[in-house]
Write a protein that binds this ligand. Structure first.
Ligand SMILES: [Zn+2]
Length: 78
């Protein structure tokens, strides 16, 4: 996991299920606990409250490729 990548969301967690729970953790990012399904065709989901990203373990490589493509297509964000 590359936490220093320019386009990294605040936090990325690798998970092994397609249904994840987020409450933002302690501190400023805390929010009511929500459950989110990870779309099988995408392989990850962003929390609508704190932008934390959950990537399914089977889609880590796919996610990396997606992020690399984003950086390539959008120089302003690099
Ligand atoms: Zn969250």
């Amino acid at each position: 996991m590359r936490k220093t990548a320019p386009l990294s969301p605040p936090e990325t967690q690798i998970v092994s299920t397609y249904r994840v729970c987020c409450d933002g953790g302690e501190g400023a990012l805390g929010h009511p606990r929500v459950w989110m399904p990870i779309p099988h065709d995408v392989g990850w989901v962003d929390c609508g409250y704190c932008d934390k990203r959950f990537v399914h373990a089977d889609h880590v490589a796919q996610h990396e490729a997606y992020m690399a493509a984003l950086a390539k297509d959008d120089p302003a964000a690099a």
